[in-house]
Design a protein around this ligand. Structure first.
Ligand code: SF4
Length: 214
């Protein structure tokens, strides 16, 4: 499989923020978000076998992995093999995905599905049927994450939360880092509308800025 990087850190986003995890960042993505902070994944992945990935992860004492990208589900076959191996080894598994690809087998094996819903400022779109199916089948173990830059993104997110995702268990509104001055307004809007969304910043950016592998 094509791997961009593997490193040991703490979760910086969403409802598991602060949890120590080994990050497996796979290369390649089918989207091109305007504010993407991992453009280096779009190409130049290193070819690694499932065994090589597992051996690299096993160097760390942690038994939680976060598989991210890029878009990991572009490498479905190898990703499934990798997750099956981690499952047998009793790892806790988070899979991060951009909301364009559904895979019931892979999602069944994950302990947490972190699914993005792309807002207008990204200039990309997630697939509503992917969000809806995931919410229906994996409600309790899915977080839907909206990266929000401005009021237009907020209105878009609210519309989806109150329609396609009205029964979702975990909604996260994450202020986009380069527009983080909007965070206070975002909190005010969530309070005004009494939304069930959690507003959570990217902790890794607070701690380390744009540094990679942390
Ligand atoms: S889906 Fe993620 S990796 Fe792909 S372009 Fe968007 S932010 Fe970057």
């Amino acid at each position: 499989m094509k791997v961009s990087e593997i490193f040991y850190s703490i979760e910086g986003e969403g409802i598991e923020i602060g949890r120590p995890e080994v990050f497996i960042r796979l290369a390649e993505c089918n989207l091109r978000c305007t504010w993407c902070d991992t453009k280096y994944t779009w190409e130049n992945g290193k070819d690694m076998s499932t065994n090589e990935v597992i051996n690299e992860v096993a160097k760390y004492p942690c038994r939680s992995v976060s598989i991210t990208g890029g878009e990991p589900l572009l490498q479905k076959e190898e990703l499934l093999k990798l997750i099956q191996r981690f499952k047998k080894m009793k790892y806790w598994i988070q899979i991060n995905t951009n909301g364009t690809i559904f895979d019931e087998e892979i999602f069944s094996l994950a302990d947490l599905i972190s699914m993005d819903c792309k807002c207008p400022s990204s200039k990309m779109r997630s697939e509503l049927d992917v969000l809806e199916k995931t919410s229906k089948l994996f409600k309790q173990k899915t977080q839907f994450k909206f990266v929000i830059s401005d009021e237009n993104d907020y209105e878009y997110a609210v519309n989806i939360v109150s329609s396609s995702l009205r029964s979702a268990s975990n909604i996260v509104f994450q202020p986009e880092w380069s527009s983080r001055e909007f965070a206070e307004d975002l909190i005010s809007l969530v309070k005004r509308d009494n939304l069930k969304a959690k507003v959570i910043l990217q902790q890794q950016k607070v701690l380390w800025g744009k540094k990679r592998g942390v």
